[in-house]
Design a protein around this ligand. Structure first.
Ligand code: XIL
Length: 362
C-alpha cells in the first residue's frame, strides 16, 4: 500500500485501528505518572516521515540509539561528529520531548583510537565535550552501561577496557565526573540480562555492585534495566522479579525500563501467533514492572520492526530452515510496538493497557 492510497482512505484495518487509538502511549503513560519513549536513529526519522510521525505521536522520551556512542561521536580524535545528535535535538525541541543520553561509558562504544591509549584524561575530555554540549536538552544520562558479567571476576565486574585501565573504581569515578558536569541531571547505571530464572547470578552481582556504589557515595540516581526480553529464555517469575525491583528500590534508586523489546525464537509460526507470543511476554513483564512504585517509565529499543536492531540470526535460520524456504517468513524479528507496516502489534496494546490500568498518582 502506498502512502497516498492510505491518505485518501484505503488504509488497511490495522492502520484504521491505529488511527482510532484514543490516546497515544505518551499520553496514557503520562496520565499514570509514567514516561514512555523509544530509541531512535535520526537518519531513519528524517528519511521516513510516516515512521517519524508515529514516533512523535507516541513517545515523550527520545533516546539516541547510536548517535551519542563515543565511537559514533568521535570516530577520530579531535573531529567530533555531532550532526545526528544535533538533528535529534532539533526534532525534540518545540515538541516537548525529553532526551535521554545513551551512553557515556560502554565497552562496545569506545573508538579504536581511544582504546589504544586509554587514560582518564581522555574520558574526562569526552565527558566534558558531550555533557556540556547537550546540557540544556539532555537532563538524564546513562553513565555506565553493561558493567557486570558472570564467570569473570569474584566482584562480578566485566573485564573491559575501563577496568583494565582504571581498576574497579572506574564506575564510581565516572559518576563523580558526570555529576560535576551535570549537577542537576539524573544519572543512571544501565544493565541487561536480568529478567529470567537463568539470570539469577547476574541479578546478584548487579545488586552487589549497586550496594558498593551506594556505600562509596557514588552520585547515582537510578537504574536502567534494558529488558531485552527473549522468547528462548525463561521462565519469567513475577515474584522473583518483584523482589529484585524491591531490592533496587531499597537502595534509594529509581528504576527505568530502558531498552524493552522481544527477541523471537520460533519464526515458523504464523505471524499472528508470533505477535501474540511476543505481546504476552511484554504483558507479563509489564504487569510486574509498571505496578512497582520505583518504576518511572518505559523506553522501547526502536519503535517499529522496520528498523529493529534485532535481526534473524544464522542460528535462527539453521534451527528452522523450512521457515525461510517458501518466503513465508520475511526474516524480520517481530518484537516492537509497531510492525514493519507501522501497524500496532500486541506489544503496543500491552503497553497501552498497562499504562491505562495504573491509577493516576496522588
Ligand atoms: C545497539 C544498537 O541498537 C545497534 O544499532 C548498534 O549497532 C549496536 O548497539 N544494549 C545497548 C545498546 O545498550 O547500545 C545496544 O544498541 C543494544 C544492546
Amino acid at each position: 500500500m502506498t502512502r497516498r492510497s492510505c491518505l485518501i482512505g484505503f488504509c488497511g484495518a490495522p492502520m484504521l485501528a491505529r488511527a482510532r487509538e484514543a490516546e497515544s502511549l505518551a499520553a496514557t503513560a503520562r496520565a499514570a505518572g509514567h514516561l514512555f519513549g523509544c530509541a531512535v536513529r535520526p537518519d531513519q526519522m528524517l528519511a521516513d516521515p510516516d515512521f517519524a510521525a508515529m514516533v512523535m505521536r507516541d513517545c515523550a522520551v527520545l533516546v539516541p540509539e547510536i548517535a551519542l556512542n563515543w565511537s559514533y561521536l568521535e570516530p577520530r580524535p579531535g573531529m567530533p561528529n555531532y550532526a545526528a545528535m544535533d538533528a535529534l535535538v532539533a526534532m525534540a525541541r518545540g515538541r516537548g520531548k525529553r532526551l535521554r543520553g545513551h551512553v557515556l561509558l560502554w565497552h562496545l562504544g569506545v573508538p579504536d583510537w581511544a582504546r589504544e591509549r586509554m587514560s582518564w584524561k581522555l574520558v574526562r575530555g569526552y565527558f566534558r565535550r558531550t555533557i556540556l554540549r547537550y546540557r540544556h536538552v539532555v537532563r538524564e544520562w546513562k553513565v555506565v552501561n553493561e558493567a557486570i558479567d558472570t564467570g569473570q571476576r569474584m566482584d562480578g565486574l566485566r573485564e573491559n577496557i575501563f577496568l583494565s585501565a582504571f581498576g574497579p573504581d572506574y564506575i564510581a569515578r565516572a559518576f563523580r565526573e558526570a555529576r560535576v558536569l551535570a549537577p542537576r541531571a539524573r544519572l543512571l547505571i544501565n544493565e541487561y540480562g536480568l529478567e529470567y530464572a537463568s539470570d539469577q547470578d547476574r541479578r546478584y552481582l548487579f545488586l552487589e555492585l549497586l550496594k558498593l556504589l551506594k556505600r562509596d557515595g557514588a552520585p547515582i540516581d537510578g537504574v536502567g534495566l534494558q529488558s531485552h526480553l527473549d522468547l528462548a529464555k525463561g521462565p519469567f517469575d513475577p515474584a522473583v522479579y518483584r523482589r529484585f525491583l524491591d531490592q533496587i528500590a531499597a537502595l534509594g534508586l529509581s528504576i527505568t525500563i530502558t531498552e524493552l523489546d522481544v527477541k523471537e525464537y520460533d519464526y515458523v509460526l504464523p505471524a499472528e501467533l508470533r505477535d501474540r507470543r511476543a505481546g504476552e511476554a511484554v504483558r507479563a513483564f509489564l504487569d510486574t514492572v509498571l505496578a512497582h512504585p520505583a518504576v518511572r517509565g518505559v523506553v522501547t529499543w526502536g519503535f517499529s520492526d522496520r528498523y529493529s536492531w534485532l535481526g534473524v540470526t544464522d542460528s535462527d535460520r539453521a534451527r528452522t530452515p523450512e521457515a525461510w524456504q517458501d518466503g513465508s517468513s520475511p526474516g524480520v524479528n517481530r518484537g516492537l510496538p509497531l510492525d514493519s507496516d507501522l501497524a500496532p502489534t500486541p506489544i503496543y496494546h500491552a503497553l497501552a493497557d498497562g499504562f491505562r490500568a495504573l491509577k493516576r498518582p496522588g
